[in-house]
Design a protein. Structure first.
Length: 568
């Protein structure tokens, strides 16, 4: 399906599907797509669908509609087009029928025995070895070739710096360090455009001559240069500014001690994201014997290329942030939808029980009151379990390891579930390892983990006749593990579902399940250094193995902490 994905602006991270013949975009809430952008008109533009594709039509907006930086009245959109309305920048993704085609019939991965003409590896090379190609030239090469090699090495190292970080601040500092290694600049600054105000904001500044003993010199950058670079979208090299006829003699550049300067735009795929500025500096009133220009046109070309690489990295990082935000919003929407549906069912149960209690009190009928209270109490337990699962899953915590008895925890769980099991006609059975030693674990968390698995097992056996759930414990001194095994004779789990049962909100119980139980149990076991293993046969039943390290308390230490323990 075609869509518009917001990568800049107040609605960053949102994706809008273009599933109607006409989609209106604007600031008012009666639009198909409402953009929370003050520079977007109330009814700004419309996307119309026909046989040719999707047509963007400007609706006489105040600030215009732009596609790939060009103002349009109407424009047929193609995959990857950048649509800008006000300060909101969106990427258009068109529907591609070819994407549904499978390459499985065209590509085969075969073993050596299946290949008629066997191939062999004749040489291999690591990433580190491959990167040395830049340094493998002969030292007696010509000056031109030496400069070309040096520039190639600079761009290669810039590409490495760009690809190794998603942190913009770290990236900009590294870019500035590399520039100062290659260019004899005295001062430098990288500034980024603020998306909201469109003003340049300094992010990185450096002064080669700065020392701890000297008071920090203030870097003053000519507005004349910055305006020219942003408006013309081209880099500039200026030397002896008072002799440069392009600049107004009354402009700020003449009044400062700048001898040479390079300022280049950081031009990315979607526009300018900032500028890089470097200069050589002589304080006003100070005489310096000139020894030739430090900056050349070659330096300018190199700086333009470096700025472009940095801009692409910044845009990629911003796009990545937008994707993360979109996934977060999608997860929030799924969470709210799933939990609100489950909570609604619980509240309906409480409302029904409350109605029976009210009717029983009116008629002084204790039987109706007891029945109503039983319903309320059951739903109170459901909402309590739901809240506890939400808290456990959403918060990372270190288990409170105290000497505890696994068999005792299992017994508590079964006693809690015996009424529910009888109600649905499921037999609960316990096979405890009587030689189980006292171990260090968090009994509260393990109780919740076992409870969730046993609850699922009982639910799985509701259609079995008779249903049976067996909970066993075992301690293995050989591998230093303790296991709680929950077996049921339910319908089993399909092989395709086995990989998804520990995913959040994956549930096969319909309205009765939240999809939190098994993920919470897995999280608890992993926090203990263990895990949950699953074995299941469709139509026969399932076997869940809750496994964790058997940590034996040290009798000489009574602090009940990790300070004294041994692992078998």
């Amino acid at each position: 399906m075609a869509s518009l994905f917001v990568i800049q602006g107040s609605d960053q991270g949102r994706r809008y599907d273009l599933d109607d013949d006409a989609i209106s975009l604007g600031r008012d809430n009666d639009n198909s797509i409402q953009l929370h952008d003050n520079e977007v008109s109330r009814h700004h533009a419309e996307v119309r669908s026909d046989e040719e594709g999707f047509l963007l039509v400007d609706l006489n907006s105040s600030n215009g509609s732009f596609v790939n930086g060009n103002q349009i009245t109407e424009q047929l959109l193609v995959n990857g087009d950048r649509v800008q309305l006000g300060r909101t920048l969106m990427i258009f993704t068109g529907s591609d029928d070819s994407s549904s085609l499978s390459l499985a019939d065209e590509v085969d991965i075969v073993g050596q025995s299946a290949s008629a003409a066997g191939s062999r590896i004749i040489h291999s090379m690591s990433h580190e070895e491959g990167s040395q190609i830049i340094e493998s030239f002969n030292e007696s090469e010509s000056p031109w070739l030496a400069r070309a090699r040096s520039n190639l090495q600079i761009m290669y190292r810039t590409a490495l710096a760009v690809s190794h970080t998603l942190d913009i601040d770290q990236l900009l500092h590294r870019i500035m360090e590399l520039i100062f290694e290659w260019v004899e600049a005295d001062r430098g600054c990288i500034m980024l455009l603020d998306q909201q105000t469109n003003d340049l904001v300094p992010k990185v500044s450096r002064n080669r001559r700065q020392s701890e003993a000297r008071e920090k010199e203030r870097l003053e950058i000519s507005r004349t240069i910055l305006d020219y670079v942003l408006e013309q979208r081209e880099g500039v090299l200026t030397s002896d500014a008072k002799d440069d006829q392009r600049w107004d003699p009354a402009a700020s550049i003449v009044k400062m001690g700048i001898r040479e300067a390079i300022c280049v735009p950081m031009q990315g795929r979607y526009g300018i994201v900032g500028v890089i500025y470097i200069d050589t500096y002589t304080a006003p009133g100070r005489f310096v014997q000139r020894a030739g220009n430090k900056f050349s046109e070659e330096h300018l070309k190199l700086m333009v290329a470096i700025a472009h690489q940095a801009a692409l990295a910044i845009e990629d990082t911003s796009y990545y942030s937008a994707m993360v935000q979109a996934e977060r919003l999608a997860a929030m929407g799924q969470t709210i939808a799933t939990l609100s549906h489950h909570i609604k069912n619980i509240l309906q149960g409480i409302r029904g029980g409350s109605y029976l209690i009210e009717e029983g009190l009116k008629n002084e009928d204790n039987d109706i009151v007891r029945k109503g209270w039983s319903i309320v109490d059951k739903n109170q337990e459901k909402i309590s379990n739901l809240v506890m699962d939400m808290l456990t899953f959403s918060k990372d915590r270190e288990p409170d390891l105290v000497p505890s008895d696994v068999n005792e925890v299992v017994t508590d769980v079964l006693e809690l579930m015996v009424v529910r099991a009888k109600t649905v006609g499921v037999e609960l059975k316990k096979n405890a390892d009587e030689a189980m030693p006292e171990l260090l674990f968090d009994p509260e968390l393990m109780h919740r983990a076992i409870l969730n698995v046993v609850t699922n097992a009982i639910d799985a056996c509701e259609t079995s006749d008779p249903g049976r759930v067996v909970v066993s414990t075992e301690h293995s001194a050989e591998d230093g593990k303790v296991r709680v095994i929950v077996e049921d004779n339910g319908g089993g789990i399909e092989e395709a579902d086995l990989k998804r049962i520990f995913s959040v909100f994956e549930s096969r119980k319909g309205a009765r399940g939240t999809g939190l139980g098994l993920p919470v149990s897995q999280k608890i076991l992993r926090e203990h250094g263990g895990d949950i293993l699953v074995e299941s046969t469709l139509g026969t039943g399932s076997r869940f193995i809750l496994e964790l390290p058997a940590i034996i308390p040290d009798p000489s230490n009574h602090s009940d902490t990790l300070a004294g323990f041994r692992i078998e």
